[in-house]
Design a protein around this ligand. Structure first.
Ligand SMILES: *Cc1c(COP(=O)(O)O)cnc(C)c1O
Length: 366
């Protein structure tokens, strides 16, 4: 009856916190190229676009990332005791722990990288960092946190692996730790099952800070792809429609192992408690959960995820091409400012006009 009453307003994040406060080094680099106007109107960040093809800006951007990684490495050392190198890819999945967000898929990938290193393959060195809380009553999410920590413990202490792969579960994730992790990230994991994430804002904070996204066509990843262009984002996996079709077809999750021997050996390592340090029950439980239920299609999407991750690694080995894509992400994220979101509410929903205010001036007495 009233289709006009249903409208979409895309979320945004505040550049005051997620750029200017969290990433002073990148803020200074942008200032040095396009001045400071963009701080008052993020649309002007578009003026930074041509610098993505400038060698000196790319080199300066890599130096910014390195400084931010050193800052994060110090915090990781303090919080967890784990030592991480500042000269490798920082691959982060930071968000509440939930089955649909599929931290388990990233964990299977950590196991894949670990196995490939042990098989003698020359795998791109990296730090994988998970952070996120589980809701108090969400037992499976808590089990996932425990298993991530146990896998990390084996991986981080294997002399055959050395510092080629470190896995960190960063405890007590909240805004002030996000503000240290995000500026240091190279790769942003946005791998929820298509159809489940309403929007996502972590994806926006990370892309604004020059991390490339590997993600599904879910939530705001779709709009981020439209903004940054499909060659500057890694999209993989089933679409929401394909997820629905896959569910209707009733494929048993274990069938996905038949065509993928690596996935079979990853699941076997979990099932047999290779990483469990004695208490294999939880690991075996998660393996059966994936093989028998897998309500969020981790196994169905795994082959695509793993292949796309390999493409990510290839691009990372070309620092100029990677920096160009990362800088284009920064310059093209202005649409995701919360100021644009609020302006849309004001225009389309509240019907109010902006009122100029004097900075530092207290609100008038009513
Ligand atoms: C941005 C943010 C989130 C939201 O992350 P998503 O990836 O969008 O789920 C959650 N927690 C903290 C602390 C954040 O800063």
């Amino acid at each position: 009856m009233w289709p006009e009453r249903f409208i979409n307003v895309t979320n945004g994040v505040t550049p005051r916190l997620w750029m200017i406060q969290a990433n002073p080094a990148l803020t200074a680099l942008i200032d040095s190229r396009i001045g400071t106007d963009w701080k008052y109107d993020l649309d002007r960040l578009k003026q930074f676009t041509p610098y993505a093809s400038d060698d000196k800006t790319r080199a300066a951007f890599r130096e910014v990332k390195r400084q931010n990684k050193e800052r994060l490495a110090a915090l990781v050392k303090q919080r967890t005791g784990i030592e991480i190198r500042p000269d490798v890819m920082y691959d982060v999945q930071i968000k509440r722990i939930h089955e649909y967000k599929r931290q388990l898929m990233k964990l299977l990938h950590v196991i894949e990288l670990y196995q490939r290193i042990r098989d003698g393959e020359d795998v791109l060195p990296r730090v994988v960092l998970f952070a996120g809380k589980a809701a108090p009553g969400y037992q499976r999410a808590k089990n996932i946190i425990e298993v991530i920590n146990q896998v990390a413990d084996i991986v981080n202490n294997d002399p055959l692996v050395g510092d080629r792969l470190k896995c960190v579960f960063f405890p007590n994730y909240e805004v002030s730790s996000a503000a240290v992790i995000i500026p240091a990230a190279d790769l942003s994991q946005q791998i929820s099952t298509a159809g489940f994430e309403a929007s996502g804002t972590g994806n926006m904070k990370l892309a604004l800070n020059g991390a490339l996204t590997i993600g599904t066509l879910d939530g705001a990843n779709i709009e981020i792809r439209d903004a940054v262009d499909e060659e500057n984002i890694f999209i993989f996996g089933m679409t929401a429609r394909e997820v629905a079709e896959h569910r209707a077809a009733g494929v048993p999750p274990s069938a996905h192992l038949d065509s993928h021997p690596r996935l079979r050996s990853i699941i076997d390592a979990l099932r047999t408690g290779f990483f469990a340090n004695g208490g294999r029950v939880l690991h075996a439980q998660l393996a059966s959960y994936l093989l028998e239920e897998d309500p969020f299609f981790v196994l169905a999407d795994y082959a695509a995820y793993s292949e796309t991750s390999n493409r990510v690694d290839q691009l990372y080995q070309d620092p100029e091409a990677w920096s160009e894509a990362a800088l284009l992400n920064v310059a093209r994220m202005s649409y995701f400012s919360i100021d644009r979101t609020v302006r849309e509410y004001a225009e389309h929903i509240w019907g109010v006009l902006p009122e100029p205010v004097q900075a530092g001036c207290p609100p008038p007495e009513s």
